[in-house]
Design a binder for this molecule. Structure first.
Ligand code: NAD
Ligand code: ZN
Length: 352
């Protein structure tokens, strides 16, 4: 079969013929049809400091996919050949303290497909059956193939109090764009999206942002729509609650997220800074009484259930975020599209 392989410690990938993976008794084999390409793949492709510290070539890359089950191991009962599926790409120890107390998304033994073991940019992938998520008939393989990053956005948004709130989303990469649509569908009073890139602000508007602005205008927009901090003190109607979703990982946006959160409010942090960030904890966090929630992957499997409900209901449509589609052979072009910063979600069309 074909597989996009990180062959050695250095930049680039190679499209190679490799043997179809074997499955063990608890695994299923999946014919991959669509696969999402993401920033993590670019880190591995360019072989940056994170990739050098984390990855051990050779391995097949890719962690977001959907396809059909073609074979199931002897112990597998709930998934059958012919099932349309996607999968949670974080493979955890289901018996660990964290897994058994509802926190499998931060299990210490987590191994990620396409990072720590073979991934999905290939004709076939083997997965533990317990990681399989069934794909509804009404949902396309393309939508199934991006449920991993969409799940990051669902996790970020739905662990905050969105209905009726003014929501600031800092950073409109693919995950921030999904979050904009999710917050609209979840009944946010106003969704304010900020980004430095006008192409991405256009996409935020398409995803339903009421206001899409550059970062220098974000705080004014938030204050305008919430009535500001002191509205109640002036004897006016109570201000509207506000929630901040930090989805860029950029230090300036992280400071802005703390600044725009209401006192005793909540900041949802998904964006991953590339270096340590200097935070004045006393003024930015402590004396504001903020709660900071660190988002890791998707909650297993609350996030998957929530995502399926939203997609099934038709309240949330992620497809406007997808801007580029490539065959697997055009992996260099796919990496370039992401690096340009102008793309929304990029997808590999691996099989029809
Ligand atoms: P991305 O990294 O391309 O998106 C970041 C966006 O932030 C870009 O559009 C950029 O223009 C914008 N930006 C830059 N400076 C800004 C500023 N000052 N204010 C507002 N926006 C600004 O795309 P992505 O794939 O959506 O990833 C978003 C972040 O989430 C990244 O940091 C990524 O590493 C991280 N991530 C986290 C998890 C997790 O589980 N926590 C999972 C996947 C990705
Ligand atoms: Zn990803």
């Amino acid at each position: 079969m074909r597989a996009l392989v990180k062959t050695q410690a250095g930049p680039g990938f190679e499209l190679r013929e490799v043997p179809q993976p074997d499955i063990r008794d608890d695994d299923v084999l999946i014919r991959v049809r669509r696969a999402g390409v993401c920033g993590t793949d670019v880190h591995i492709y360019t072989w940056d400091a994170w990739a050098q510290g984390r990855c051990r070539p050779p391995f097949t890359v890719g962690h977001e996919f959907a396809g059909d089950v073609v074979a199931a191991g002897a112990n597998v009962t709930h998934v059958r050949p012919g099932d349309r599926v996607t999968a949670e790409g974080h493979i955890v120890d289901e018996r660990s303290l964290l897994s058994r107390t509802g926190n499998a998304h931060v299990d210490l033994s987590t191994r990620i497909i396409g990072v720590d073991r073979d991934g999905c940019f290939a004709d076939y992938i083997a997965m533990p059956a317990s990681n399989i998520w069934p794909l509804d008939r009404e949902l396309s393989y393309e939508v199934g193939g991006i449920m991993d990053p969409m799940g990051n956005a669902f996790h970020t948004a739905l662990t905050a109090d969105i209905p009726g709130s003014v929501v600031l989303v800092t950073g409109c990469g693919p995950i921030g764009l999904f979050a904009v649509g999710i917050c609209r569908a979840a009944g946010a009073a106003r969704v304010i999206a900020s980004d430095v890139n006008p192409r991405r602000l256009d996409l935020a508007t398409r995803m339903g942002a009421h206001v899409a602005v550059t970062p220098d205008r974000a705080k004014d927009a938030v204050m305008q729509w919430t009535g500001g901090d002191r509205r109640a003190e002036r004897g006016e109607a109570a201000e509207i609650q506000r929630v901040v979703l930090e989805m860029s990982g950029v230090p300036a946006a992280i400071h802005q997220a703390f600044d725009c959160a209401r006192p005793a409010g909540r900041v949802q942090m998904l964006g991953i800074p590339t270096r340590p960030v200097d935070v004045d904890f006393a003024s930015e966090v402590i004396f504001k009484g903020l709660t900071i929630y660190g988002v890791v992957g998707r909650r297993m499997y609350d996030t998957w259930h929530q995502m399926t409900r939203f997609l099934r209901s038709g309240a949330f449509d992620p497809t406007p975020v997808i801007t580029h589609r490539f065959p697997l052979e055009q992996y260099d072009e796919a990496m370039r599209a992401i690096t340009s910063g102008d793309a929304g979600k990029v997808v590999f069309e691996i099989a029809d």
